[in-house]
Design a protein. Structure first.
Length: 284
């Protein structure tokens, strides 16, 4: 396993990646000599979001698709959790089996929804899992997000606002907890390049409502396999108190809490996440 800084791990992953699309889904594979791992990225970004973690996993084969409607993948008719669940089940049927399925943020909703609908996987890793239903939250940040996406529907300036670099940088600054200048610069560059890679404003707005209406707790009864939960102690999107409660609810789960990290643990601590994934595969 590699232990380079996040930016270097990202570059190494990019150099290892080869693209081979499956139907309308753009798919990148990082070849390795050991188990196969599937990465499902979070909302608004694309596969690049988890590339630093993939770069650290030099011995594993990592398969990393762009979610439908994001990056280079084609849109779906609808971008709700049911549609993403159906897509993931079909994708795994075509490309599996996998020794581990990993989801980050919105990706954790897609993965757990698919498991509740019949996706067969014995091992799962949920990074910063969504455990608080956004559309019932009264927090200021969620209210602002709802206003932002509501304005995004405006035909005159909605598209401009949705892809605004100023909004993206403000979000990036707000979520980043790292003090290291190089890491902060890497994160801001990632968001600038990939956070607005959705195919259309419709995709982004539908995706927001999907992410804002779900919780991993909705699918807890179906999550009976071995589960690795990775949380940030300062995560405002997925509060640590709910991560601990999820760990208590899921009988076969274990929780790794990364201190002084928020919702961007995949950018800030890719080596620690890769180490946890490797150990989890070896011991379960």
């Amino acid at each position: 396993m590699l232990t380079n800084p996040p930016g270097e791990l990202f570059a190494l992953a990019e150099a290892r990646s080869t693209r081979a699309d499956i139907a309308g889904t753009a798919v990148w594979t990082l070849s390795g000599n050991r188990q196969r791992v599937l990465f499902i990225h979070g909302f608004r970004g694309d596969h690049h979001g988890l590339q630093a973690v993939a770069g650290a996993l030099a011995d594993l084969t990592v398969v990393s698709p762009d979610l439908p409607g994001f990056g280079k993948s084609a849109e779906l008719e609808h971008h709700d959790l049911s549609s993403y669940s159906d897509w993931l089940i079909d994708f795994c049927t075509s490309t599996g089996p996998y020794d581990l399925v990993v989801g980050h943020s919105f990706g954790t909703l897609v993965v757990t929804k698919a498991i509740s609908n019949g996706l067969s996987t014995k091992k799962v890793c949920l990074i910063n899992p969504i455990t608080t239903r956004g559309n019932t939250s009264k927090s200021l940040s969620n209210r602002l997000a709802e206003i932002y996406y509501r304005i995004g529907k405006n035909k005159i300036f909605g598209s401009w606002l949705m892809s605004s670099g100023l909004v993206t940088r403000s979000m990036s600054i707000g979520l980043t907890k790292a003090k290291d200048r190089r890491t902060r610069s890497f994160i801001h560059k990632q968001h600038s390049q990939y956070f607005s890679s959705y195919k259309s404003t419709r995709v982004a707005i539908e995706g927001f409502h999907a992410a804002n209406s779900g919780s991993v707790f909705d699918y807890a009864d179906a999550l009976t396999g071995s589960i690795l939960l990775i949380a940030g102690s300062q995560d405002a999107v997925a509060p640590i108190s709910e991560q601990k409660r999820l760990n208590e609810v899921l009988p076969n789960s274990e929780l790794l809490v990364l201190k002084r990290v928020g919702h961007l643990s995949h950018y800030e601590r890719p080596v620690e996440i890769a180490t946890a994934i490797t150990n989890f595969l070896e011991t379960h």
